[in-house]
Every structure is written in C-alpha cells, then in structure tokens.
Ligand binder design. Structure first.
Ligand SMILES: Cc1cc2nc3c(=O)[nH]c(=O)nc-3n(C[C@H](O)[C@H](O)[C@H](O)COP(=O)(O)O)c2cc1C
Length: 382
C-alpha cells in the first residue's frame, strides 16, 4: 500500500522523475538491515556518550547554543512547539563518536582507524536497492507539504533564519551522463516548500545544475536528513575516481547502504526524512548570513532555489543537524578525518585547500578556520 501511495499517478505534477538512461537496478524484497541513525544513537548511548536533553529547548537559537556549549552528542527530546519530535546534534563531535559511526570499537587506536579506513576505501561496496524502507512510513504530497512540520533549528543569532540542511545529503544526477552525486550543501528554509541550496561553483551539484540549465530543464534533487552517518561522511568527501558516495559509504561502514527509488534518483531507504523536489533552472537567490565552519557569518548571493514536491519520513522522525562555527565542532572532526584520508576538497583555491588540509590533519581547528577566512569578506551586521 505504501508503495502504491508512493507511486500514485494522481499526485500533482512535479518534475519528470522517470529513470534516465534506462537505468533500473533490480530491487531486493528483503527489508533494510544496514545501520541507521537510530542504531547509531543506541551505540552512543551504550558507550555512555549520549546526553539526552530532557528540558524544553527552543528550535530558535536554543538547540544551537546547547550544541556549541557541549562536547557531547545531544538528543533533544523536548522541543518547543514540536511535541514528540527529537533532534540529534554533535553526533560526530569527537574521535570516539567517529569510531562508533564507522563500526570500530570505542577504544581502537586512531592510527588503526585511519589505516583500516584507507584499506576499506580501496574496494567499493555497491548499494543494495530495496523495494521499501522505513522512510516510506509517511508520504506527504505537495498539496499539504510543509517543511516547517519539523523542528528545523535557527542555529545562531548570526543566521537570518532556519537551516534545514546542515548535516544531510543533496542527491542528484548529471543530466548528461546519468552519474549520481551526493553532497552536503547548506540549505536555508525559505518557506513551507522552498529552500536555498548553497553549493560552491566547482561542486558536482553546481555542474549538474549548469548541465540541466543548458537543456532548459529543472534538476531533480532529493534531500535526505537523518541518513546513516557513513552516508553523510561520504557526501562530505571528494570521492576518489571510480567510486561514488554511496559506494564509499558502504566501503567505510563495511556494509552496503540501502536505497529506494525516488523518481530517477536513489535515496537512503532508512533515512529519517527525504524531501523530493527540483532546482529551478536559471534562478539564483541569496542564502545567509549563516555562521559557517570558519567561525564567521557569510552570505551566498547565488544559491540555487529548491522546490519540494513530495516528502517522506519515518514516524516520529529524528531531525539531524550540525551547529557550525565553533573550533572542533563535528563538521571540523569530519573535515579532519577526510583530510587524513585525502578526501577533502572544498572546490575553492588550491593553495588555500592545501594549507587548510595541513591544519585539518593536525586537528589545528582554529588555524584551519583562519585559513578558511583568508580572501573572503565577512558579512557585517547592519
Ligand atoms: C557539514 C558540512 C557542510 C558543508 N557545507 C557546504 C556548503 O554549504 N556548500 C558547499 O559547497 N560545500 C559544503 N560542504 C563541503 C562539500 O560537501 C564537499 O566539498 C563535498 O566534497 C562536495 O561534494 P562534491 O565534491 O561531490 O561536489 C560541506 C561539508 C560538510 C561536511
């Protein structure tokens, strides 16, 4: 029934999301069995790392302030105006959390983790296509879709408003080659169905948009929030040639990730939330100010405009996000890990990236932030 709903032809017309290039991998009847965000939260709890926040916290600044003030994974259980919903932040805030996310024992020496991760990366682990998954528990059509049904935080008082995408995947395919990409590109909420996507010029997503625009078409994009941590780690990485982010995630966690079809895209079957939609061709909007990883607010006047056309989510979804800006925050932990694996590329100046990677590898977070600020104008409060 869920699948029928999902494939319903009576939905309001969205973008054409039929498979391209005849690509239709076979689907497995077996249910999802790879680790999801909930399994990770359980691991954090079993290892004594998780702090359950029982008091009421406001999505507006409260969640961000709590997260910046503590170096522990935080599960917010009571969010103002959002009864029954939860938010996880700081999930990868230290090396032990990273070890757990990748399936290592909490006490594994870090050198061993890096050596083993390098070895794992050598062999792609192909995703498993499944017919259904927990994310299909609730399917919401465009007519009633409201992204504000989730406790999307306003992370800092520098930020203009709420950020839907801070620890997520943006999934798209190159309209020319059909090659898929998953990246982490920040998303500012603009309303019930709209958000920015702020992707750097050299990113794969920006290339996909340009190729779609050359054809005069919109670009189908899916946004997965609360996906397995290995998928976010891989999406933040510059993938080595011949392997894509889903294969890299499978390799890093040594278990195939599980995907369901979503139009012509494939999305994580066990994510908490997936938003299906498209990027408007030829439209650019302002994103920010947003307190970025370098500890300064910035704006992007040329962000893409994302329009949601369908939503799916688990029952009582756990929203996942990241409070950026603080030295050593979880995004920095991830950058340091990726730099150690030679998988970090912000697609900016080469020389700046080399310097920054040098400091990420040494976990010199403040210096990496300072290098990140070089050559960019800060946003000044009016
Ligand atoms: C938490 C986090 C936030 C990020 N935010 C952005 C962003 O807003 N814009 C951007 O272009 N890259 C951002 N990145 C970096 C990209 O995800 C990274 O450059 C990735 O390699 C892009 O994928 P691509 O190489 O396939 O384009 C972020 C990474 C992480 C881990």
């Amino acid at each position: 029934m869920k699948e029928l709903l999902w494939q319903s032809k009576s939905e309001p017309p969205g973008p054409d999301l039929r498979p391209v290039n005849g690509f239709a991998p076979p689907e497995d009847e077996e249910p999802c069995k790879s680790p999801d965000l909930r399994a990770f939260i359980q691991k954090l709890e079993d290892a004594g790392r998780l702090l359950r926040v029982k008091e009421t916290v406001d999505w507006k600044l409260g969640i961000g302030r709590w997260s910046r003030a503590r170096r522990k994974p935080l599960l917010f259980e009571k969010i103002k105006s959002y009864p029954g919903q939860q938010v996880l932040t700081n999930g990868l805030v230290d090396l032990t959390c990273l070890r757990l996310a990748l399936g290592f024992e909490a006490a594994t020496p870090w050198k061993e983790v890096i050596a083993e991760a390098r070895e794992r990366m050598e062999t792609a682990v192909h995703p498993r296509m499944v017919r259904t998954g927990p994310v299909l528990d609730n399917v919401v059509p465009a007519s009633v879709l409201d992204l504000l049904q989730f406790p999307v935080p306003q992370w800092s008082d520098y930020d203009t408003c709420r950020y839907l995408g801070t620890w997520h995947l943006n999934i798209s395919k190159d309209p020319e080659t059909g090659q898929r990409n998953a990246g982490v590109y920040r998303m500012q909420l603009l309303g019930a169905k709209r958000a920015t996507i702020s992707a750097s010029k050299g990113s794969d997503l920006a290339r996909h948009v340009v190729n779609a625009e050359a054809r005069g078409t919109e670009l189908p994009v899916a946004v997965a929030i609360g996906a397995p941590e290995a998928m976010v780690i891989a999406a933040g990485a510059a993938c080595p040639a011949g392997i894509d982010e889903f294969e890299l995630a499978g390799a890093l966690q040594q278990k195939a990730v599980e995907l369901i079809r979503c139009g012509n895209l494939e999305v994580p079957a066990n994510a908490e939330i997936v938003v299906e939609g498209f990027i408007h061709p030829g439209v650019r909007v302002e994103d920010g100010p947003y307190l970025d990883y370098d500890g300064r607010p910035n704006t992007n006047p040329k962000a893409f405009l994302f329009e949601a056309t369908r939503l799916m989510h688990r029952s009582q979804p756990i929203f996942r996000g990241c409070a950026t800006g603080r030295p050593g925050a979880e995004d920095h932990q991830l950058f340091a890990f990726l730099a150690q694996l030679n998988l970090l590329d912000f697609h900016g100046s080469r020389i700046k990236q080399r310097f920054q990677n040098f400091f990420w590898r040494r976990r010199a977070f403040r210096t990496a932030q300072m290098v990140g600020r070089m050559g960019s104008e800060p946003h000044r409060r009016k």
